[in-house]
Design a protein around this ligand. Structure first.
Ligand code: URA
Length: 210
């Protein structure tokens, strides 16, 4: 099945899933290139996203668009979505139960797109991948999540309140080209490092003296 069709089926399944909460709001499934090598993942749709059924189209989205351009990318080359695919009332923070029920859909969406890089925008998105992460400490750093390079970044809405965060987001987005370009060699290096680690551990194992 091609990726666009896989995504369409998943969206239909979500639309019909009555066990999901927040069903009074519109489903904002995500948009962009199904073959994208990079996904941008935010927290949840806000007022304008709910109205237009598109992710990141409000004020935070406008800033994100500007930073995407400045970093030398185009919005259309990414696949953009959120963990929660419906707007929580008054943009309140997501509840744990909502993250738990929407999370598996995000994971299936990621599996279909199969990106090389994920930029997790903000604390909630980062938390999904790195439950022990801390956004002020970990933003801009590179992690492996399964076979995907993960870069947590500040949420653009945070940068609307604190202009000093803009440059951090920008340099994170600039790293994305490097990460996608070098993905194969980084993956190979990780494999070699893991093998060397395993060999070291085996050597360090105390031998049973019989
Ligand atoms: N904030 C998000 O996390 N996602 C959006 O789509 C819009 C604002």
């Amino acid at each position: 099945m091609n990726k666009a069709l896989g995504l369409r089926r998943l969206e239909e399944e979500m639309a019909e899933d009555r066990s999901l909460s927040l069903r009074e709001a519109n489903l904002v499934f995500g948009e962009g290139d199904p073959d994208a090598s990079t996904m941008l993942i935010g927290e949840a749709p806000g007022y304008y996203e709910d109205r237009e059924r598109r992710p990141f189209v409000g004020r935070a989205g406008k800033l994100l668009d500007k930073l995407i351009e400045e970093s030398g990318h185009r919005r259309a080359e990414f696949y953009i979505t959120n963990i929660l695919k419906r707007r929580p009332p008054n943009n309140r923070d997501p509840f744990p139960q909502e993250l738990e029920t929407y999370g598996p859909y995000l994971e299936r969406q990621i599996n279909i797109i199969s990106p090389k890089v994920i930029a997790a925008l903000g604390r909630y998105a980062m938390d999904y991948f790195l439950p022990n992460g801390k956004i002020s400490r970990d933003q801009g750093k590179i992690f492996w999540w399964k076979d995907i390079l993960l870069i947590p970044l500040y949420h653009p809405a945070a940068a609307l309140r604190r202009a000093d965060l803009v440059n951090d987001i920008l340099s994170g987005l600039r790293q994305v080209s490097y990460l996608t370009r070098e993905y194969d060699s980084l993956l190979k290096k990780r494999g070699e490092d893991n093998k060397a680690d395993a060999q070291r551990k085996t050597r360090e194992q105390p031998k049973l003296f019989t």
